[in-house]
Design a protein around this ligand. Structure first.
Ligand code: G3P
Ligand code: CA
Length: 298
């Protein structure tokens, strides 16, 4: 083909077009990566995997139910003031879809009210006394909303395991995840649930927030169950772990953390620490912390 000025110009135009395309694709990739924060790793949220005998992290159960009425702000404030790394709370939905801190399906045990939480509106729940049942000094303590809890947490450097009780639909999950993101809490909170469908909705609502699967009993293939749920960790009943201690190493090998609930005596802490579990949920974080300190000095 003869070499002409026209063919040079055509070649230059094609070259320039290619450069523009490459730059456009690179800008899109950079913009996409910048707009999508990386998912929280298991190590970022829950620390390195423990080895047998190493101290597990401490999670204060139900916000710190030994020192103040469970799942109330005074209990949570006390646990946070003690400096425990994680606080565990239970969150459930009112009849009109508001998230509040409550463990039981009914309000009877922990308030002066009666009936299922799911039959009461938020306004009705807020009239209840969630403190008198525990001690007169806590009379008039309200049932906190999830938002109140997150506002409190956001003012600290602590982390939380937030258990969603029952099955949550996509709308309710989306609102809760939005509350986390709005307070920059999505990197220091794990959402936990017994319900795999709820955890799948959390995954759909956020690429960032970590999830934990709660297991009363261990499935045959624990590693596959954790992988299918896409969780950073599993929260497992103490007896289930003691029946199958080999699962601790198996989940660690898969990069998953294992946290055990709810352990309140030194015998129990000793058993699971010897296995190398990563976290212990307890009603008595202060005594567990003292026990860990004395054990490390032995
Ligand atoms: O952390 C899991 C544990 O809290 C589950 O037990 O009944 O106290 O919510 P429960
Ligand atoms: Ca719980």
């Amino acid at each position: 083909m003869p070499h002409t000025a026209d063919s040079d110009r055509a070649r230059d135009r094609i070259h320039a077009l290619l450069v523009v395309c490459v730059l456009a694709v690179a800008s899109l990739v950079i913009a996409f990566l910048g707009a999508t924060p990386a998912r929280v790793s298991a190590t970022e949220l829950l620390g390195e995997t423990r080895t047998p005998g190493e101290a597990a992290f401490i999670a204060s159960h139900r916000g710190g139910g030994a020192s103040a009425p469970e799942n109330t702000l005074p209990a949570i404030e006390a646990a946070l003031a003690e400096g425990f790394d994680y606080v565990e709370v239970d969150v459930a939905l009112t009849a009109d879809g508001h998230a509040v801190l409550m463990h039981d399906a009914t309000v009877d045990r922990t308030t002066d009210g009666h009936g299922p939480l799911s039959s009461l509106t938020l306004a009705e729940v807020r009239t209840l006394d969630a403190g008198s049942w525990f001690a007169p000094a806590y009379a008039g303590t309200p049932v906190p909303t999830l938002v109140e809890f997150l506002d409190l947490l956001a003012g600290t450097k602590h982390r939380a395991l937030i258990e969603l009780k029952g099955e949550w639909d996509a709308a309710a999950v989306g609102v809760a995840v939005g509350h986390l993101a709005g307070r920059d809490l999505d990197r220091r909170v794990a959402i936990a649930s017994f319900d795999a469908r709820t955890l799948a909705r959390v995954a759909a609502a956020s690429e960032v927030v970590s999830r934990m699967l709660i297991l009363k009993h261990l499935p045959d293939d624990v590693v596959s169950a954790a992988a299918e749920a896409g969780v950073r960790g599993i929260l497992v009943d103490r007896k289930a772990v003691l029946k199958r201690p080999e699962v601790v190493q198996a989940v660690h090998d898969a990069g998953v953390r294992i946290v055990v609930y709810t352990l309140n005596s030194d015998t129990q802490w000793d058993e699971v620490t010897a296995l190398g579990v990563d976290g212990i949920v307890t009603d008595d974080p202060e005594t567990l912390s003292a026990w860990q300190n004395s054990a490390s000095g032995r």
